[in-house]
Ligand binder design. Structure first.
Ligand code: 2AM
Ligand code: CA
Length: 264
């Protein structure tokens, strides 16, 4: 939480006016020098507190795949921190107040802690596997909406090949559910599912750092998170569905109606 707050201070200071914006893999995928500065302060703080730390971070991707990083971590018995220093970089660049810091902790392959901080509303979502979750220190729970037609869902438009697929799903759910939101930060969507503000979230082609902390929060707040085919969430999951649990099977069923997805 301390590391997330320090990164959040940078987000508050520079939102809407990053000095330098770089294009990553495509014109849809951007990074700023503030993303890198946030990643650096988070890594500095955590490695000072916990010298055994390893990092899987969007702006500091460890060499090799997620699986290789995990295997190395298992061998060394270190903490693995999964960090997205700014989730919602496009919002950050454009001055839209939906950017979060996402920090998850994996110990021996198991996600155990999730922290998502929204510096613009000063909201700290934190959870521990098996021990519940809190928003600014007050216990939080998922919603109790139990039918898809009454549900408020969220999704997004990923940067790569799955954009069309996701757009098609949003169009379809648009007719079926109460409404659909797309705030532009997957971590914020997951935190809001955990807090009961949203009933569910799905999106395709996300990365481990977009999801890990939020996955801990959703589960710790009583919700359910799987891949788009219903298999248990893991660090390798890219196509995700997270809900309050009550609408999970309905959401999965309708996600796959006419375009079956490959498992993550
Ligand atoms: P970001 O802002 O950290 O990049 C919006 O649909 C979500 O997709 C955001 O959480 C965004 O995170 C994420 N995202 C953006 N580019 C991505 C990419 N190339 N691969 C996976 N997720 C991405
Ligand atoms: Ca990011």
């Amino acid at each position: 939480m301390e590391a997330a707050r320090v990164a959040g201070d940078l987000i508050r200071r520079y939102i809407g006016r990053p000095e330098q914006t770089l294009i990553k893999s495509s014109p849809h995928d951007l990074v700023t020098e503030v993303d890198k500065a946030c990643q650096d302060v988070i890594m500095d703080i955590l490695s000072q507190m916990y010298p055994e730390s390893a990092f899987l971070g969007e702006e500091a991707v460890a060499p090799g795949s997620v699986a290789a990083t995990l295997a190395a971590q298992e061998a060394d018995r270190r903490f693995l921190w999964v960090v997205d220093p700014i989730d919602g970089t496009l919002n950050f660049i454009r001055g839209l107040p939906a950017c979060t810091v996402s920090i998850g902790l994996v110990v021996l392959g198991e996600p155990v802690v999730g922290v998502i901080y929204d510096p613009l509303r000063d909201e700290m979502f934190a959870g521990i596997t098996g021990q519940g979750a809190a928003l600014n220190g007050a216990p939080m729970r998922v919603s109790d909406v139990d039918d898809l037609s009454s549900a408020l869902l969220a999704s997004g438009l990923p940067t790569g090949d799955y954009r069309g697929k996701n757009a098609e799903q949003i169009r379809r759910f648009g007719y079926q559910v109460r409404n659909v939101r797309a705030f532009g930060s997957a971590a914020m969507h997951l935190a809001y599912v955990a807090a009961g503000r949203l009933d569910g979230f799905w999106e395709n082609d996300l990365n481990a750092w977009d999801l890990l902390a939020g996955a801990v929060l959703v589960k710790a707040a009583g919700g359910e998170i799987t891949d788009a085919l219903g298999a248990p969430y893991t660090l390798e999951t890219r196509h995700v569905a997270a809900t309050n649990g009550r609408i999970h099977s309905e959401l999965l069923r309708d996600l796959d109606v006419d375009h079956p997805l490959q498992s993550s």
